[in-house]
Design a protein around this ligand. Sequence first.
Ligand SMILES: Cc1cc2nc3c(=O)[nH]c(=O)nc-3n(C[C@H](O)[C@H](O)[C@H](O)COP(=O)(O)OP(=O)(O)OC[C@H]3O[C@@H](n4cnc5c(N)ncnc54)[C@H](O)[C@@H]3O)c2cc1C
Length: 451
Amino acid sequence: MNQEDRIALLSPPGKAGETPPGPVRYWMQASVRTRYNHALEYAVHLANHRRVPLEVFFALTPDYPMASRRHYQFLLEGLADVQTNLAARGIPFVLYRESPPGAAVRLARESSAIVTDRGYTRIQRQWREEVARSSPCPVVQVETNLVVPVETASSKEEYSAATFRPRIARQRDTFLQPLSPLPYWNNQGPLKPGPPLPQADLFPGDPLEEPFPGGEDRAARELSHFLEERLSRYDELRNVPDRDWTSRMSAYLHFGQISPLEIALKAIDYHEAVLEPGDASGIGTLLEELIVRRELAANYTFYNPRYDSYQGLPQWARATLEEHRGDPRPWTYSLEQLQGAETHDPYWNAAQMQMIRSGRMHGYMRMYWGKKILEWTPDPEEAFNRALILNDTYQLDGRDPNGYAGVAWCFGKHDRPWKERAIFGKIRYMNDRGLERKFREISRYTRRWAP
Ligand SMILES: Cc1cc2nc3c(=O)[nH]c(=O)nc-3n(C[C@H](O)[C@H](O)[C@H](O)COP(=O)(O)OP(=O)(O)OC[C@H]3O[C@@H](n4cnc5c(N)ncnc54)[C@H](O)[C@@H]3O)c2cc1C
């Protein structure tokens, strides 16, 4: 098993040989779960091996970029599950209300090791660098939010899914290995529940009109429902906007409340055990989305330092948009009009309202939504920024590599040049007539989510 690829010693080599006294601490950040968490299991293994106590902590910062009440609510529901599930394994959990790297460095002074999980965005990487630089004890990072670790999958930014897919295909099965929880040596029976966690209403923003509960226990139940009720027709119905037929896993994945490895293994097992052989259930499509597409987004975010900016787009895409910069735009809107779903297009307005009210938008509509922002904004750079701001402000799964790659895809990333046309140049175009042709019941979607 190549699981060693998941583990990296982040602290400078000079510190590696020393083993200062003190507990092992797992700084939980990107993987807010107790199941299928390689970082947690590695921390248990280290504590067992050294016969020292283990503590898991999370540091809650009130000013995570673009996060508002809806995101904190989802996160806090996840932390409540973690607290309960760790207590059942006899592992203490502490929530600190301070800056994550500040807490980790402070605790590193009295720990024999800090173990942490891995994230791909700028802030997540900066935090880990800071902790590795300033901690007197070894800092170990364990990658657990991807099936194939990002640098194992590829050593460079991939051009498209077509170039990335064969790399994943070669390595996927090596990493599709179950992970069982290790018993903790110092488990003295279930712990008493810790102090209550803060309430989400401490954070700015409105609650969701249509709540979407967070947490690993809820994620596991949602996954079972998806497998039992929707996997068999996933291929056929996942793209239909008025049917909510996809897995609904993205927010849980974003907060690390479920592991993509667990989803993949359970979906494969379910497909093999329950569905008819040859059943066109879409297991292949699900794994394509969950592993190839999702991990391509991580590849983009990891290797392209401009992943969240217009400058991160491929040269051909920027060149064609440049040529069409001066094209007349029959419709233009301000960011406020877009935010308020005040456009002439009922499909777009419905998609925007779905996102505002429920923190989610149907996957097919996300593509249409992003393309129209490009069409209706005076210039493409501003369009890119608007799409990202709206996505990250309202989507529960926003501020994620998938969001950066998804927005960039609307502007040509991971895609190829198409037939040239106004405004879009060679960027792939989508229009409302296409929606009407493809989905005869699209009016059900607009009625459901009308402003
Ligand atoms: C403009 C735009 C913005 C987007 N913003 C986000 C975002 O902020 N966060 C986010 O997680 N996804 C984003 N996506 C990708 C995708 O639309 C969502 O992941 C998906 O709709 C989530 O629903 P689901 O979990 O039910 O997906 P399912 O269809 O059930 O797919 C299973 C999982 O595969 C992954 N996946 C599916 N489609 C894609 C894709 N196109 N690219 C990468 N991974 C994918 C997701 O992790 C998803 O949870 C965006 C796409 C576009 C076009």
